[in-house]
Design a protein around this ligand. Sequence first.
Ligand code: SAM
Length: 256
Amino acid sequence: MLFDTLAHMNSQTHFGYESVDVSEKADKVMGVFSSVANKYDIMNDAMSAGMHRLWKRRMFSVAAVKPGSTVLDVAAGSGDISIGFMKKMKREGRVILTDLNGSMLAEGARRVLDEGLLPGKADCIQSDGTKLAFADNSFDVVSIAFGLRNFVDIEAGLAEFYRVLKPGGQFICLEFSRPVLPLLDVAYDAYSFNVIPAMGEWITGDRDSYQYLVESIRRFPDQKRFAKLIDWAGFELVKHENMTGGIVALHRGYKC
Ligand code: SAM
């Protein structure tokens, strides 16, 4: 990993603020999402006060999806992004939801079926975002929302997203980032560390998973470093925009 070279040489990586063996992280991340899967959507609304819907809405409007597109939604989880894209595509085309975690993907499958999106329009395929089970140059758009910071190897994920995109295709990523407004970081840290784990305990019965969430956000590269990683993976015309003062950033790039 470009930004964790020493840690990587020692076969150590981070799981939130904890240092763990690289081989352990994927299982730990799986444990987090298996534990919270059935309360994941409620918790998203509660801890963001509904803001995640606005962040996702901006992603839908900026994404290069149109009727007839073929889209891969990596780390799709409970399916918000796939469903939003399908609406923008007027249900013409195909979205594949992929996720490493079967419990999260089952939530996604349930929701796309509730939306009347049958197999062939929206398909759920369990796979690791760093080893995607798709051919080169397959998708018009590859998206990921709030997933990449959970990857053991972010660069391997970006390389895979690049590989499966068609030339001319768009990569788009929504992820937590760094507050850029004065004093917002102080208020955001106080809220994150004092309120979110307690809310996680109350709503999902799992404080530790939400402690991991707030820590993993701090371990993820800030908006500029992440833009460089996307660039190094081969994408062109890379740009990003901050939302809610940088608490979240929306990055995009193209395979030219
Ligand atoms: N994209 C959804 C959303 O915005 O609501 C779900 C995001 S959820 C915070 C993160 C998801 O990343 C989880 O469903 C988790 O299983 C998935 N994930 C973590 N590591 C992954 C990997 N290596 N490959 C694919 N999915 C992964």
